[in-house]
Design a protein around this ligand. Sequence first.
Ligand SMILES: Nc1ncnc2c1ncn2[C@@H]1O[C@H](COP(=O)(O)OP(=O)(O)OP(=O)(O)O)[C@@H](O)[C@H]1O
Ligand SMILES: CC(C)(CO)[C@@H](O)C(=O)[O-]
Ligand code: BAL
Length: 305
Amino acid sequence: MSTTLCTSIAELKAAAAALLAQRTAGKGGTLGLVPTMGALHSGHAELATTAAAENDVVIATVFVNPLQFGDATDLARYPRTTQADLELLDQAAVDFMFAPPVEEMYPHGEPLIRVTAGTMGELYEGASRPGHFDGALTVVAKLLHLGRPETGLAAPAADGRSAYRAYFGQKDAQQLALVRKMVADLNFPVDIVGVPTVRDADGLALSSRNRFLSTQERESALVLSRALRLLQRRADAREPLDIASVQDLVNSAPGVELDYLEVVDPVTLAVRAENCQDTPFTGQALALIAAKVGPVRLIDNMPLG
Ligand SMILES: Nc1ncnc2c1ncn2[C@@H]1O[C@H](COP(=O)(O)OP(=O)(O)OP(=O)(O)O)[C@@H](O)[C@H]1O
Ligand SMILES: CC(C)(CO)[C@@H](O)C(=O)[O-]
Ligand code: BAL
Protein backbone atom coordinates (compact mmCIF):
# COMPACT_ATOMS: atom_id res chain seq x y z
CA MET A 1 0.00 0.00 0.00
CA SER A 2 1.60 3.28 -1.02
CA THR A 3 -1.33 5.56 -0.19
CA THR A 4 -0.88 7.13 3.25
CA LEU A 5 -3.96 7.58 5.43
CA CYS A 6 -3.93 10.92 7.31
CA THR A 7 -6.57 11.97 9.79
CA SER A 8 -5.01 15.19 11.08
CA ILE A 9 -4.52 18.43 9.19
CA ALA A 10 -1.02 19.01 10.59
CA GLU A 11 0.10 15.51 9.60
CA LEU A 12 -1.29 15.91 6.06
CA LYS A 13 0.32 19.30 5.45
CA ALA A 14 3.73 18.21 6.67
CA ALA A 15 3.71 14.91 4.78
CA ALA A 16 2.43 16.41 1.50
CA ALA A 17 4.99 19.23 1.58
CA ALA A 18 7.81 16.76 2.32
CA LEU A 19 6.79 14.40 -0.50
CA LEU A 20 6.46 17.25 -2.99
CA ALA A 21 9.92 18.56 -2.05
CA GLN A 22 11.39 15.06 -2.32
CA ARG A 23 9.79 14.27 -5.70
CA THR A 24 10.76 17.57 -7.26
CA ALA A 25 14.19 17.95 -5.61
CA GLY A 26 12.95 21.06 -3.84
CA LYS A 27 12.26 22.87 -7.16
CA GLY A 28 8.54 23.03 -6.58
CA GLY A 29 5.90 20.98 -8.35
CA THR A 30 2.18 20.53 -8.86
CA LEU A 31 -0.39 19.25 -6.41
CA GLY A 32 -3.80 17.76 -7.20
CA LEU A 33 -6.67 17.65 -4.70
CA VAL A 34 -9.68 15.33 -5.12
CA PRO A 35 -12.49 16.11 -2.64
CA THR A 36 -14.96 13.27 -2.03
CA MET A 37 -17.35 11.91 0.57
CA GLY A 38 -15.97 8.38 0.22
CA ALA A 39 -17.83 5.16 -0.72
CA LEU A 40 -15.62 5.43 -3.74
CA HIS A 41 -16.50 3.98 -7.16
CA SER A 42 -15.11 4.15 -10.70
CA GLY A 43 -16.31 7.77 -11.09
CA HIS A 44 -14.08 8.81 -8.20
CA ALA A 45 -11.29 6.62 -9.61
CA GLU A 46 -11.47 8.64 -12.83
CA LEU A 47 -11.00 11.87 -10.87
CA ALA A 48 -8.09 10.32 -8.97
CA THR A 49 -6.28 8.87 -12.00
CA THR A 50 -6.71 12.16 -13.91
CA ALA A 51 -5.20 14.02 -10.95
CA ALA A 52 -2.38 11.45 -10.64
CA ALA A 53 -1.53 11.78 -14.34
CA GLU A 54 -1.34 15.58 -14.12
CA ASN A 55 0.42 16.22 -10.80
CA ASP A 56 3.54 15.39 -8.79
CA VAL A 57 1.55 14.72 -5.62
CA VAL A 58 -2.16 13.90 -5.18
CA ILE A 59 -4.37 14.14 -2.08
CA ALA A 60 -7.87 12.66 -2.06
CA THR A 61 -10.14 13.75 0.79
CA VAL A 62 -12.85 11.54 2.25
CA PHE A 63 -15.17 13.48 4.52
CA VAL A 64 -18.93 13.16 4.94
CA ASN A 65 -19.60 16.82 5.61
CA PRO A 66 -22.51 17.32 8.04
CA LEU A 67 -22.94 20.96 6.95
CA GLN A 68 -24.30 19.97 3.54
CA PHE A 69 -26.94 17.51 4.80
CA GLY A 70 -30.31 18.96 5.74
CA ASP A 71 -31.69 15.49 6.26
CA ALA A 72 -30.28 13.67 9.32
CA THR A 73 -31.36 10.26 7.96
CA ASP A 74 -29.47 10.85 4.72
CA LEU A 75 -26.36 11.81 6.75
CA ALA A 76 -26.64 8.82 9.08
CA ARG A 77 -27.05 6.26 6.31
CA TYR A 78 -24.44 7.75 3.95
CA PRO A 79 -22.13 4.78 3.20
CA ARG A 80 -18.72 4.76 4.93
CA THR A 81 -16.19 2.30 3.47
CA THR A 82 -12.75 3.52 4.62
CA GLN A 83 -10.65 0.41 3.88
CA ALA A 84 -12.12 -0.12 0.40
CA ASP A 85 -11.64 3.61 -0.32
CA LEU A 86 -7.97 3.38 0.65
CA GLU A 87 -7.51 0.41 -1.69
CA LEU A 88 -9.19 2.18 -4.63
CA LEU A 89 -7.04 5.28 -4.09
CA ASP A 90 -3.92 3.13 -3.90
CA GLN A 91 -4.81 1.58 -7.29
CA ALA A 92 -5.23 5.09 -8.68
CA ALA A 93 -1.73 6.09 -7.46
CA VAL A 94 -3.04 8.69 -5.02
CA ASP A 95 -0.42 9.63 -2.40
CA PHE A 96 -2.62 10.67 0.52
CA MET A 97 -6.12 9.87 1.68
CA PHE A 98 -7.17 12.60 4.11
CA ALA A 99 -10.07 11.25 6.18
CA PRO A 100 -10.50 13.55 9.17
CA PRO A 101 -13.02 13.05 11.97
CA VAL A 102 -15.69 15.75 12.21
CA GLU A 103 -13.90 17.36 15.22
CA GLU A 104 -10.74 17.85 13.16
CA MET A 105 -12.65 19.82 10.53
CA TYR A 106 -14.98 21.64 12.93
CA PRO A 107 -13.14 21.77 16.30
CA HIS A 108 -15.41 24.50 17.68
CA GLY A 109 -18.64 22.98 16.38
CA GLU A 110 -20.29 24.28 13.22
CA PRO A 111 -18.40 27.29 11.85
CA LEU A 112 -19.84 30.75 12.45
CA ILE A 113 -18.48 32.12 9.17
CA ARG A 114 -19.51 30.29 5.99
CA VAL A 115 -19.51 30.61 2.23
CA THR A 116 -22.88 31.42 0.71
CA ALA A 117 -23.75 30.03 -2.69
CA GLY A 118 -26.05 32.99 -3.42
CA THR A 119 -28.99 32.76 -5.80
CA MET A 120 -27.25 30.12 -7.95
CA GLY A 121 -27.24 27.88 -4.91
CA GLU A 122 -30.99 28.20 -4.48
CA LEU A 123 -31.82 26.70 -7.88
CA TYR A 124 -32.37 23.02 -8.79
CA GLU A 125 -30.56 20.92 -6.13
CA GLY A 126 -30.56 23.91 -3.79
CA ALA A 127 -34.35 24.20 -4.03
CA SER A 128 -34.77 20.60 -2.86
CA ARG A 129 -31.90 20.71 -0.36
CA PRO A 130 -31.95 24.22 1.20
CA GLY A 131 -28.50 25.23 2.49
CA HIS A 132 -26.84 22.26 0.77
CA PHE A 133 -24.51 24.34 -1.41
CA ASP A 134 -23.61 26.77 1.39
CA GLY A 135 -22.43 23.71 3.36
CA ALA A 136 -20.68 22.12 0.38
CA LEU A 137 -18.86 25.34 -0.62
CA THR A 138 -17.84 25.99 2.99
CA VAL A 139 -16.14 22.60 3.27
CA VAL A 140 -14.65 22.87 -0.23
CA ALA A 141 -13.13 26.24 0.77
CA LYS A 142 -11.63 24.63 3.87
CA LEU A 143 -10.34 21.60 1.95
CA LEU A 144 -8.77 23.82 -0.72
CA HIS A 145 -6.86 25.66 2.02
CA LEU A 146 -5.92 22.52 3.94
CA GLY A 147 -4.77 20.55 0.90
CA ARG A 148 -2.32 23.17 -0.28
CA PRO A 149 1.14 22.62 1.19
CA GLU A 150 2.76 25.77 2.54
CA THR A 151 5.86 25.35 0.42
CA GLY A 152 7.02 23.48 -2.62
CA LEU A 153 4.46 24.49 -5.24
CA ALA A 154 5.84 25.64 -8.59
CA ALA A 155 5.07 29.04 -10.11
CA PRO A 156 2.20 29.10 -12.63
CA ALA A 157 3.14 27.31 -15.86
CA ALA A 158 3.63 29.16 -19.16
CA ASP A 159 0.17 28.01 -20.27
CA GLY A 160 -1.25 29.86 -17.26
CA ARG A 161 -2.18 26.71 -15.31
CA SER A 162 -1.76 26.92 -11.58
CA ALA A 163 0.55 24.49 -9.75
CA TYR A 164 -2.45 23.65 -7.55
CA ARG A 165 -5.46 21.91 -9.11
CA ALA A 166 -8.67 20.49 -7.69
CA TYR A 167 -10.77 17.85 -9.47
CA PHE A 168 -14.58 17.67 -9.50
CA GLY A 169 -17.03 15.51 -11.43
CA GLN A 170 -19.29 16.96 -14.12
CA LYS A 171 -22.00 14.66 -12.74
CA ASP A 172 -22.55 17.24 -9.99
CA ALA A 173 -22.85 20.02 -12.58
CA GLN A 174 -24.35 22.62 -10.26
CA GLN A 175 -21.67 21.97 -7.63
CA LEU A 176 -18.93 22.26 -10.27
CA ALA A 177 -20.37 25.56 -11.57
CA LEU A 178 -20.61 26.92 -8.01
CA VAL A 179 -17.05 25.86 -7.10
CA ARG A 180 -15.77 27.58 -10.26
CA LYS A 181 -17.74 30.71 -9.30
CA MET A 182 -16.43 30.70 -5.71
CA VAL A 183 -12.84 30.30 -6.91
CA ALA A 184 -13.27 33.14 -9.43
CA ASP A 185 -15.20 35.48 -7.13
CA LEU A 186 -12.89 34.98 -4.12
CA ASN A 187 -9.56 34.59 -6.01
CA PHE A 188 -8.65 31.15 -4.71
CA PRO A 189 -5.19 30.24 -6.12
CA VAL A 190 -6.30 26.95 -7.69
CA ASP A 191 -7.41 25.64 -11.09
CA ILE A 192 -10.68 23.71 -11.07
CA VAL A 193 -10.71 20.70 -13.40
CA GLY A 194 -14.07 19.18 -14.42
CA VAL A 195 -13.97 15.42 -15.13
CA PRO A 196 -16.60 13.77 -17.42
CA THR A 197 -19.27 11.57 -15.84
CA VAL A 198 -18.49 7.86 -15.61
CA ARG A 199 -21.49 5.61 -16.35
CA ASP A 200 -22.35 1.96 -16.09
CA ALA A 201 -22.60 0.18 -19.46
CA ASP A 202 -26.39 0.71 -19.47
CA GLY A 203 -26.01 4.49 -19.07
CA LEU A 204 -26.70 4.97 -15.35
CA ALA A 205 -24.34 7.60 -13.91
CA LEU A 206 -22.28 6.08 -11.10
CA SER A 207 -23.21 7.41 -7.67
CA SER A 208 -22.50 6.24 -4.15
CA ARG A 209 -26.26 6.26 -3.51
CA ASN A 210 -26.99 3.76 -6.35
CA ARG A 211 -26.35 0.96 -3.87
CA PHE A 212 -29.67 1.78 -2.19
CA LEU A 213 -31.64 0.95 -5.39
CA SER A 214 -33.45 -2.38 -5.69
CA THR A 215 -33.09 -4.28 -8.99
CA GLN A 216 -36.44 -2.92 -10.18
CA GLU A 217 -35.61 0.66 -9.08
CA ARG A 218 -32.24 0.47 -10.81
CA GLU A 219 -34.01 -0.52 -14.05
CA SER A 220 -36.42 2.42 -13.63
CA ALA A 221 -33.51 4.78 -12.93
CA LEU A 222 -32.25 4.26 -16.49
CA VAL A 223 -34.98 6.63 -17.64
CA LEU A 224 -32.85 9.58 -16.43
CA SER A 225 -29.97 8.99 -18.85
CA ARG A 226 -32.41 7.93 -21.60
CA ALA A 227 -34.28 11.22 -21.24
CA LEU A 228 -31.04 13.20 -21.46
CA ARG A 229 -29.89 11.23 -24.52
CA LEU A 230 -33.25 11.87 -26.21
CA LEU A 231 -32.76 15.61 -25.65
CA GLN A 232 -29.20 15.34 -27.00
CA ARG A 233 -30.44 13.64 -30.18
CA ARG A 234 -33.08 16.33 -30.71
CA ALA A 235 -30.51 19.08 -30.07
CA ASP A 236 -27.99 17.49 -32.47
CA ALA A 237 -30.71 17.32 -35.15
CA ARG A 238 -31.64 20.97 -34.41
CA GLU A 239 -35.21 19.83 -33.76
CA PRO A 240 -37.55 21.31 -31.13
CA LEU A 241 -36.68 19.77 -27.74
CA ASP A 242 -40.32 19.35 -26.71
CA ILE A 243 -39.16 19.12 -23.12
CA ALA A 244 -42.70 18.55 -21.83
CA SER A 245 -42.86 15.20 -23.67
CA VAL A 246 -39.56 14.14 -22.07
CA GLN A 247 -40.82 15.11 -18.62
CA ASP A 248 -43.87 12.90 -19.26
CA LEU A 249 -41.59 10.04 -20.32
CA VAL A 250 -39.65 10.25 -17.04
CA ASN A 251 -42.78 10.40 -14.92
CA SER A 252 -44.20 7.34 -16.71
CA ALA A 253 -41.35 5.10 -15.44
CA PRO A 254 -42.52 2.97 -12.47
CA GLY A 255 -41.46 4.36 -9.09
CA VAL A 256 -39.89 7.50 -10.58
CA GLU A 257 -40.92 10.95 -9.39
CA LEU A 258 -39.35 13.72 -11.47
CA ASP A 259 -38.12 16.71 -9.48
CA TYR A 260 -36.84 18.80 -12.38
CA LEU A 261 -35.72 18.47 -15.98
CA GLU A 262 -34.37 21.81 -17.18
CA VAL A 263 -32.34 23.10 -20.11
CA VAL A 264 -29.94 25.73 -18.80
CA ASP A 265 -27.00 27.94 -19.70
CA PRO A 266 -23.83 25.86 -19.06
CA VAL A 267 -22.06 28.64 -17.11
CA THR A 268 -24.73 30.65 -15.31
CA LEU A 269 -27.18 27.72 -15.04
CA ALA A 270 -30.02 30.15 -15.86
CA VAL A 271 -33.00 28.37 -17.45
CA ARG A 272 -33.10 28.84 -21.20
CA ALA A 273 -36.38 30.49 -21.84
CA GLU A 274 -36.36 29.94 -25.60
CA ASN A 275 -35.92 26.89 -27.86
CA CYS A 276 -36.92 24.34 -25.27
CA GLN A 277 -40.37 23.46 -26.45
CA ASP A 278 -41.59 24.12 -29.99
CA THR A 279 -38.93 25.99 -31.94
CA PRO A 280 -35.78 24.31 -33.37
CA PHE A 281 -32.93 24.08 -30.84
CA THR A 282 -29.93 26.39 -31.43
CA GLY A 283 -26.63 27.04 -29.65
CA GLN A 284 -25.34 25.15 -26.64
CA ALA A 285 -26.90 24.25 -23.31
CA LEU A 286 -26.86 21.79 -20.47
CA ALA A 287 -29.80 19.50 -19.62
CA LEU A 288 -30.14 18.88 -15.87
CA ILE A 289 -32.31 16.20 -14.31
CA ALA A 290 -33.15 15.10 -10.77
CA ALA A 291 -35.64 12.47 -9.72
CA LYS A 292 -36.55 10.34 -6.78
CA VAL A 293 -36.36 6.65 -7.62
CA GLY A 294 -37.85 4.69 -4.75
CA PRO A 295 -36.04 6.04 -1.68
CA VAL A 296 -33.08 7.49 -3.59
CA ARG A 297 -32.68 10.95 -5.07
CA LEU A 298 -30.58 10.80 -8.27
CA ILE A 299 -29.13 13.54 -10.46
CA ASP A 300 -27.61 13.53 -13.94
CA ASN A 301 -26.88 15.96 -16.77
CA MET A 302 -25.63 16.06 -20.38
CA PRO A 303 -24.45 18.84 -22.68
CA LEU A 304 -26.73 19.78 -25.61
CA GLY A 305 -25.58 21.17 -28.96
N1 LIG B 1 -20.13 9.01 -11.99
C1 LIG B 1 -19.23 9.95 -11.73
N2 LIG B 1 -18.35 10.34 -12.68
C2 LIG B 1 -17.43 11.31 -12.43
N3 LIG B 1 -17.32 11.94 -11.25
C3 LIG B 1 -18.17 11.60 -10.27
C4 LIG B 1 -19.17 10.59 -10.45
N4 LIG B 1 -19.87 10.46 -9.30
C5 LIG B 1 -19.35 11.35 -8.44
N5 LIG B 1 -18.33 12.04 -9.01
C6 LIG B 1 -17.57 13.14 -8.41
O1 LIG B 1 -16.87 12.69 -7.30
C7 LIG B 1 -16.75 13.76 -6.37
C8 LIG B 1 -17.20 13.28 -5.03
O2 LIG B 1 -18.59 12.97 -5.10
P1 LIG B 1 -19.37 12.16 -4.00
O3 LIG B 1 -18.39 11.64 -3.02
O4 LIG B 1 -20.51 12.95 -3.52
O5 LIG B 1 -19.87 10.90 -4.81
P2 LIG B 1 -21.25 10.57 -5.44
O6 LIG B 1 -21.16 9.22 -6.05
O7 LIG B 1 -21.71 11.73 -6.25
O8 LIG B 1 -22.14 10.38 -4.20
P3 LIG B 1 -23.62 10.83 -4.01
O9 LIG B 1 -24.13 11.47 -5.25
O10 LIG B 1 -24.32 9.59 -3.68
O11 LIG B 1 -23.44 11.79 -2.88
C9 LIG B 1 -17.61 14.91 -6.90
O12 LIG B 1 -16.77 15.84 -7.54
C10 LIG B 1 -18.51 14.19 -7.87
O13 LIG B 1 -18.96 15.04 -8.91
C1 LIG C 1 -17.31 18.31 -2.93
C2 LIG C 1 -17.75 17.51 -1.72
C3 LIG C 1 -16.68 16.47 -1.39
C4 LIG C 1 -17.86 18.46 -0.52
O1 LIG C 1 -18.25 17.78 0.62
C5 LIG C 1 -19.10 16.83 -1.94
O2 LIG C 1 -20.11 17.76 -2.12
C6 LIG C 1 -19.09 15.82 -3.04
O3 LIG C 1 -18.68 14.70 -2.73
O4 LIG C 1 -19.47 16.11 -4.19
N1 BAL D 1 -22.25 14.58 -4.61
C1 BAL D 1 -22.97 15.58 -3.89
C2 BAL D 1 -22.81 15.48 -2.43
C3 BAL D 1 -24.09 15.27 -1.69
O1 BAL D 1 -25.00 14.62 -2.24
O2 BAL D 1 -24.22 15.76 -0.57
